[in-house]
Write a protein that binds this ligand. Structure first.
Ligand code: FPP
Length: 236
């Protein structure tokens, strides 16, 4: 069965550092430009009727980057969250979700995430999921911990565990799996992103770095997706 409905795109926003280096700029400049481009790409997705977008913004492993780079990224997240709160309009109908281990962020960042989530709660039309301090294996580890605690508390038993039950313990509970995963910069790997959820997604690896990923690149990705024959393990 060919299903080329495109409801959910997941992005690995790679190449900020290489984009900056090629221009004699600092890695921080690359991330700032990446954050600017993010706004454009999100608008372009909305214009094209993509109802779910998921972004890999900061991985569990990214905490090991040099301290000044981590600090700059935290500043960008803070700014992004503050602007999103300030510019929030109920009529835009966008629901924000922040997934990952948010306990590792400073309290002011955690408060901004909670504030934005509460503002948009109940919005159903567009969903933006931002993965922060996230990795697929860490998400699974935390899901197993929760499930084991529920087993100890008598809320679940081994024979209750189905794929849907596992999904309900993940950070992405309630969200559909991505149809398309785009990783910019040409690297062809998952880097611990949505390991469970990408099981049947189509992958696309454009050669451009994230700060210059344009509407045209998005359209090319969508066109490529439409030519894919999604069989979900079945025969036609
Ligand atoms: C990967 O490029 C990018 C990141 C680790 C950070 C992504 C962050 C942003 C796009 C900006 C802010 C996001 C939000 C949600 C406000 P890289 O640095 O690994 O690039 P490289 O592989 O070329 O070094």
């Amino acid at each position: 069965m060919t299903d080329t409905t495109l409801n959910h795109i997941a992005f690995i926003m790679d190449g900020n550092g290489r984009w900056a280096k090629a221009r004699g700029l600092s890695r921080s400049d690359g991330h700032k430009e990446g954050a600017k481009n993010l706004k454009k790409v999100l608008e372009a997705c909305q214009k094209r009727g993509i109802h779910y977008v998921t972004l890999y913004a900061f991985s569990t492993e990214n905490w090991s980057r040099p301290e000044p780079e981590v600090h700059l990224l935290m500043t960008l997240f803070r700014q992004y969250l503050s602007e999103a709160i300030k510019e929030f309009k109920p009529q835009n109908d966008v629901c924000f979700h922040f997934i990952g281990d948010r306990t590792r962020f400073t309290s002011d960042i955690q408060e901004r995430m909670a504030k934005l989530e509460s503002l948009c709660s109940g919005k159903e039309n567009y969903h933006l999921t931002v993965c922060l301090s996230y990795s697929g294996r860490d998400e699974m580890k935390r899901a197993v911990q929760k499930m084991m605690q529920d087993a100890i508390d008598g809320k679940i038993k081994p024979s209750d565990v189905t794929e849907d039950v596992i999904s309900s313990y993940l950070d992405t509970a309630g969200l559909p799996d991505p149809d398309l995963m785009i990783r910019t910069s040409g690297e062809q790997r998952l880097s611990n992103f949505l390991l469970w959820q990408l099981a049947y997604s189509e992958f696309y690896f454009p050669m451009v770095h994230w700060p210059e990923f344009s509407e045209k690149d998005l359209d090319e990705a969508i066109e490529a997706y439409k030519t894919r024959d999604r069989r979900f393990g079945k025969v036609k």
